[in-house]
Each structure stands twice: as structure tokens, then as C-alpha cells.
Ligand binder design. Structure first.
Ligand SMILES: NC(=O)C1=CN([C@@H]2O[C@H](COP(=O)(O)OP(=O)(O)OC[C@H]3O[C@@H](n4cnc5c(N)ncnc54)[C@H](OP(=O)(O)O)[C@@H]3O)[C@@H](O)[C@H]2O)C=CC1
Ligand SMILES: CC[C@](O)(C(C)=O)C(=O)O
Ligand SMILES: [Mg+2]
Ligand SMILES: [Mg+2]
Length: 335
């Protein structure tokens, strides 16, 4: 049975009179920094000059070059993209880490795959929110939290877990539940989830549905609403009540179709492909491929990203969403 921590297990006092340097102010960086600040924690932001620097200053933070932020920090949370962390860590973080301080991650990639090897005199802790950064902020503001995983790779202080739980409390994660894990388990399950299900699997399923309908001559706008827009509404029901909650709200006709057709579409072949994807994550094949892709200037990433942007579902969706007046009033996540 998993060990799950909630607010009563965490003591924000472990961050009292400490400085947290959040390095990176993107999806997770802005969310975690703002949540911590609203929870009463002193936060500085470490960055290079550029778009994020301007944004963080506009949001009222003290922004410093990475090495300066690290020098001030008792806790350094690395929230730059995984593929740049090792280089920045080597040049701007490692030489300035205070003995007795703590190095935090929100994904275990660089520790688990041996790209970062911290000194023995610092705590090394993972607080990995199980949700996109923009939602980590939105859900916190709404009064709840996005769940997270906690792992301790190194406990130099003897208080690494307590410090991690305080941080999880600060970003709102203990309101939803914080599960104890290892860097290995977080890294492998997170990569699997995003590739096979949450991002890769779902995007492909949506596009396959959209293309099947449009190629059969149905209107692309209907295909967009059916296969993409309504997905959010259905997933909301799963989020609130699991599969049963979703099935309670849909018609019996839909529920019967779910039972008899779902497995035909995402069946044994898909399960076998998932196992292969998982094997390549576990044996390091995917990590090597991603590291090499970045070393070579991302030719495959850029080519596929361009093609995806040009897909008909994006063109149709872009036009339809312009008519959603409620989007103007909402703080939305824009690419
Ligand atoms: N996205 C998510 O929701 C989730 C992410 N994570 C993990 O969180 C970490 C951060 O990911 P994410 O929030 O997506 O990252 P983003 O790509 O959204 O943000 C990256 C930030 O790092 C800054 N940055 C990039 N390069 C440098 C550099 N050389 N020096 C200083 N700052 C730099 C960027 O600034 P600039 O504007 O200058 O480029 C930007 O502020 C990763 O480990 C990821 O796996 C974990 C859970 C979910
Ligand atoms: C699902 C993608 C994710 O793992 C996340 C938002 O949790 C990521 O790396 O962005
Ligand atoms: Mg994730
Ligand atoms: Mg991830």
C-alpha cells in the first residue's frame, strides 16, 4: 500500500527563514514559485536574461542570474527543461551550492539517468507534481492542489523528507496527497504516462478519431467537437468520479458502446506497444535517444512539431476556439 502524506504530515516551519531558489520560470517554475510565495515562503528566481526573466520580475519576484540565486539559497529547485539541467547544473549550480543546503527536482530524469551527480553534503529531494504547471497554479488558487510524488535520493541533513513535505505543503500538493516513491519509479512512470497515455496516447487517439470521421466525409468542425473538445468534458467526469462517475453521466447506449468497442480500438496490439515503450524507458533507450536528439539540435523534434501544428485539427480548432467568448475572460494557457 502506498504511503500518502497530507497536510497534517507536513510542517511548513521547515522552510521558515529559509530562501528557496526556483531556477526556471516556465510551466512548473512560475506555478511553484507563486504557490510557495502565497504560502509564506521566501522565494527568489534564478534565470538567464530573456522572456521568463521579464515575466518573473513583472510578477513581483526578485530575479537573479542562476549562480547568484543558488548562492543565496537553502533550497534550490531545478525547474529548467530536463535536457538543459545537466549543463546549467555543472556550470552555474554545483560550484555555488551551500553545504547543508538542498537540491530539489520535479522530475527524476537527470538523477536517475546519471546526468547530475550532486555532492554528498546536500539533501537531494524530488517533489514531482502529477499535473501541468499551469494547473498546479490554477488549482492552488481555487483552494485545492495537484497531487505530487516525494522521493529522497540523499538525506545529508537527516531532515530531507520533512523538508520535502514542507515544500509539497507550500505548493499545495498535500491538499491532494503526496505519495512516497523513488527517483527511479517517478522517472519511469512519468515518462510512461506522458508517452503512452496522457500526451502521446491521447493525442494520437484524438487525431485517429478526427481523421476517421473527416475521411468518411463528416464535417471537420463536428469531428473536432466530438473527438477533442468533448474529451475534456468526459475526462472531467473521470477526474471527479473515476470511470464509474463518467459512465453514470453518459447514456446507456454510450456505456454499451464503450464496453464493446473500446477494446477493439485500443486492444492487445496497443498493450503490446505500451510494454515496448515501457521497456525502452526502463533500459535507458529513450533517455539516450532524447539526449542525442538535443545534442544534434533536435531535427526529429522540430520536424514532427511543425507537421503537428499544420494538422487540420489544429486549423479547425483554432477557428472554433476564436468564437469561445468565455476564453477571453479566463486565464488560459497559450502556446
Ligand atoms: N511542464 C510540467 O507541467 C511538468 C514539468 N515537470 C518537470 O519540471 C521541470 C521544468 O519543466 P517545465 O516547467 O516544463 O519547463 P519550461 O520549459 O516550461 O520552463 C523552462 C524555464 O527554464 C528556463 N531556462 C531554460 N534554459 C535555461 C538556462 N540555460 N538558464 C536558465 N534558465 C533557463 C526558461 O527560461 P527562458 O524563458 O529564458 O527560456 C524557462 O523559464 C522539468 O524537470 C520537467 O520534467 C514535472 C512535472 C510536470
Ligand atoms: C504529462 C506530462 C508531464 O509529465 C506532466 C505535465 O506531468 C510533463 O513532463 O510535462
Ligand atoms: Mg508528469
Ligand atoms: Mg513528465
Amino acid at each position: 500500500m502506498a504511503k500518502v502524506f497530507y497536510g497534517s504530515d507536513a510542517d511548513l516551519g521547515h522552510l521558515k527563514e529559509k530562501t528557496v531558489a526556483v531556477v526556471g520560470y516556465g510551466s512548473q517554475g512560475h506555478a511553484q514559485a507563486q504557490n510557495l510565495r502565497d504560502s509564506g515562503v521566501h522565494v527568489v528566481i534564478g534565470l538567464r536574461k530573456g522572456r521568463s526573466w521579464e515575466q518573473a520580475e513583472q510578477d513581483g519576484f526578485e530575479v537573479l542570474p542562476v549562480d547568484e540565486a543558488v548562492k543565496q539559497a537553502d533550497v534550490v529547485q531545478l525547474l529548467m527543461p530536463d535536457e538543459v539541467q545537466a549543463q546549467v547544473y555543472k556550470n552555474q549550480v554545483a560550484p555555488h551550492l551551500k553545504p547543508g543546503s538542498a537540491l530539489f527536482f520535479s522530475h527524476g530524469f537527470n538523477i536517475h539517468f546519471g546526468q547530475i551527480d550532486p555532492p554528498e553534503d546536500v539533501d537531494v529531494v524530488l517533489i514531482a507534481p502529477k499535473g501541468p504547471g499551469h494547473l498546479v497554479r490554477r488549482v492552488y488558487v481555487e483552494g485545492f492542489g495537484v497531487p505530487a510524488l516525494i522521493a529522497v535520493h540523499q538525506d545529508a541533513s537527516g531532515k530531507a523528507r520533512a523538508l520535502g513535505l514542507a515544500y509539497a505543503e507550500g505548493i499545495g500538493a498535500t491538499r491532494a496527497g503526496v505519495i512516497e516513491t523513488s527517483f527511479k519509479e517517478e522517472t519511469e512512470t512519468d515518462l510512461f504516462g506522458e508517452q503512452a497515455v496522457l500526451c502521446g496516447g491521447v493525442s494520437q487517439l484524438v487525431k485517429n478519431g478526427f481523421e476517421t470521421l473527416t475521411e468518411a466525409g463528416y464535417q471537420p468542425e463536428i469531428a473536432y467537437f466530438e473527438c477533442l473538445h468533448e474529451l475534456k468534458l468526459i475526462v472531467d467526469l473521470m477526474y471527479e468520479g473515476g470511470l464509474a462517475g463518467m459512465r453514470y453521466s453518459i447514456s446507456d447506449t454510450a456505456e454499451y458502446g464503450d464496453y464493446v468497442s473500446g477494446k477493439r480500438v485500443v486492444g492487445d496490439a496497443s498493450r503490446e506497444a505500451m510494454k515496448e515503450v515501457l521497456r525502452e524507458i526502463q533500459d535507458g533507450t529513450f533517455a539516450k535517444r532524447w539526449i542525442r536528439e538535443n545534442e544534434e539540435g533536435r531535427p526529429e523534434f522540430n520536424r514532427i512539431a511543425e507537421a503537428e501544428k499544420a494538422h487540420q485539427i489544429e486549423q479547425v480548432g483554432g477557428k472554433l476556439r476564436k468564437t469561445f467568448s468565455w476564453l477571453d475572460e479566463k486565464e488560459t494557457v497559450k502556446p
